[in-house]
Write a protein that binds this ligand. Structure first.
Ligand code: NAI
Ligand code: A1CAB
Length: 269
């Protein structure tokens, strides 16, 4: 049976997911979107051929509701949805920090809720989506979430207690790599390369390293050692990274992201 899926709050991650679902073969006619602004709705209609509706209409007519608003907007959205969501719907939340209990408490009793933390590479079918069940979500509900998010990358299941950590690692993860590329491109400029060339060199090094990490089966230490020649260039750079505490900075950064995710749990942010 065809399921209707509504993306509620179709911003950056909602649109990335919507575009991926269409690439994965979902029919635009089975997808609904909601937005806060009319111009945004019009853009999504034109771009993807999907229908834009109100949150209440989406709650009444869609089988699966994907909540993709900011954590701070979740309370208001759930207030709007509550009168219309029946427990035969599946509610999937992609919001950082927001727990399934927060959502369950605001919707009809026994409404199945699944919490998912995707990341923006869903745009290129290389996403990572971390999935956890709420108290009323069955294996079939989890399988539905796997189908939706598995169409745009990998999925992995974790207990909900690990979602804040997963958010720090993979939800926010792409941003850390962009940050590194940006910083290394600046280094290339310092070393006298034109910006475009510095960017190309670093991006290709990143892609090459990412594919080797994924496909070689080697531990990252082994891969780094293979680049690090005795008395060579790489070890000179590594010594500076260690001197500047980059490893400690990354550990502290991800801990801060995990803590922020926990803070967002209240929905007030
Ligand atoms: N951007 C990312 O890489 C990721 C974001 N997320 C989560 O996805 C959620 C959205 O994040 P972004 O897409 O980055 O933010 P965003 O601000 O681009 O998207 C949120 C959208 O929701 C709309 N909205 C707010 N209240 C609404 C309402 N009551 N009805 C309809 N639309 C409403 C806003 O107008 C906006 O377009 C957040 O909860 C975030 O934690 C999760 C994983 C990755
Ligand atoms: O920065 C954020 O809060 C969202 C959640 C994970 C990625 N972006």
């Amino acid at each position: 049976m065809t399921q209707t899926v509504a993306v509620l709050g179709t911003g950056k991650i909602g649109e990335a997911l919507l575009s991926g679902m269409i690439r994965a073969g979902w029919r635009a006619g089975d997808l609904l979107v909601t937005t806060r602004r009319a111009e945004r709705a019009e853009k999504l209609r034109t771009r993807y051929g999907v229908e834009a509706v109100t949150n209440a209409e989406a709650a009444k007519s869609a089988d699966i509701l994907i909540l993709a608003v900011k954590p701070q907007d979740m309370g208001t959205l759930l207030d709007e949805l509550a009168p219309h969501v029946t427990s035969d719907r599946l509610v999937i939340s992609a919001a950082a920090g927001i727990t399934t209990a927060f959502i369950e408490d605001r919707l009809a009793e026994r409404t199945p809720v699944v919490r998912v933390m995707p990341n923006t590479p869903v745009l290129v079918d290389e996403g990572m989506s971390v999935i956890s069940a709420g108290s009323h979500a069955t294996p079939d509900h989890l399988a539905l979430a796997d189908t939706i998010f598995g169409g745009v990358g990998k999925t992995v299941r974790v207990p909900e207690s690990q979602q804040d950590a997963a958010t720090a690692l993979s939800g926010s993860g792409p941003a850390y790599f962009y940050f590194l590329v940006e910083a290394m491109t600046d280094a290339g400029i310092l070393l006298g390369l034109p910006r475009a060339q510095a960017h190309e060199l670093i991006v290709q090094a990143a892609i090459g390293a990412a594919v080797m990490l994924r496909d070689s089966g080697e531990h990252p230490v082994k891969l780094r050692e293979a680049v690090t020649s005795p008395a060579g260039t790489t070890i000179s750079a590594i010594r500076e990274l260690e001197n500047h505490g980059v490893r400690a900075a990354l550990i502290a950064a991800l801990e801060a992201a995990r803590d922020r995710s926990r803070e967002l749990a209240s929905g007030n942010g």
